[in-house]
Design a protein around this ligand. Structure first.
Ligand code: 1JT
Length: 255
């Protein structure tokens, strides 16, 4: 199948081969998309370059979202290489480690603002920069988590940032809809990625979901990638402003 033939996508958030962003990229590449990748900081540049080395016509550009000039330069590089952009996959989040344990009430101002800037503000920031390149329309997909809507122990300030991200998805969907640009979020079940590593009790969380979710298992990054592929494809042409769960059904369970 070639669902993304002639489409150009930009992928934010590849750190290594386990990244959700990488699973999204692989699904999109298999369906014929041309892909640009952004990396944050020199440390991750080599990882992204190695992963994408075999990909045809891939672009790798620096893009730390806390640096507005880098964001603008990244979109300029896309314009130069491909002349347009059809979709963006936004899979970036950050909060200081100490904010993801203990009580939310102790969150520092700095941790709160950092989490909000990188994990939530970066979506409207990227959407605004993408708009001029999406002349005939486009699709933007971001990643959220259940902690945005229900209290999940330790998720703390990330839950607040993801709530802002999901609300931003709806406001952006309204603003960009008139330009035929769709904006959606995927609420993924927990996955053992680099970000999830070192998170306290991750193993317990994964085995809880493995037992309690309707499908009695955890989500694989590949399954999130396939949903992102659907959302950026024309198959999802009437879906915008949504948060779609890819969580083996966990969110529907009460007790
Ligand atoms: C970040 C991290 C964003 C981990 C994340 C995340 N979104 C989901 N996870 C996994 C996770 C983390 C916790 C959790 C459940 C899932 C770490 C770096 C910052 C951004 O709590 C039960 C804490």
């Amino acid at each position: 199948m070639n669902m993304l033939k002639d489409k150009v996508g930009m992928i934010f958030g590849v750190a290594n081969k386990r990244s959700i962003a990488w699973a999204c990229a692989q699904a999109c590449y298999e369906h014929g998309a041309k892909l640009a990748f952004t990396y944050q900081g020199e440390r991750l540049k080599e990882n992204v370059e190695k992963l994408t080395a075999e990909m045809d016509d891939a672009l790798v550009v620096a893009c730390d979202v806390t640096n507005q000039e880098e964001v603008e330069a990244a979109f300029q590089a896309i314009k130069k290489q491909y002349g347009k952009l059809d979709f963006v996959i936004h899979s970036i989040a950050f909060a200081p480690r100490e904010a993801l344990e203990g009580e939310f009430v102790t969150t520092s101002r700095e941790a709160f603002l950092t989490a909000m800037e990188i994990s939530a503000f970066s979506l409207p920031q990227v959407a605004l920069a993408a708009m001029p390149l999406m002349e005939t329309g486009g699709s933007i997909v971001t990643m959220s988590y259940y902690g945005a809507e229900k209290v999940v122990q330790n998720y703390n300030v990330m839950g607040v940032a993801k709530a802002a991200l999901e609300a931003s998805t709806r406001y952006l969907a309204e603003d960009l809809g008139k330009h035929n640009i769709r904006v959606n979020a995927i609420s993924a079940g927990p996955i053992n990625t680099l970000s999830a590593r070192g998170v306290k009790n991750m193993g317990t969380l994964l085995s809880h979901i493995g037992e309690k979710s309707p499908l009695r298992r955890n989500v694989e990054a590949r399954e999130v990638g396939n949903t992102a592929l659907f959302l950026v494809s024309d198959l999802a042409s009437a879906i915008t402003g949504e948060t779609i769960y890819v969580d083996c059904g966990y969110n529907i369970i009460g007790v």
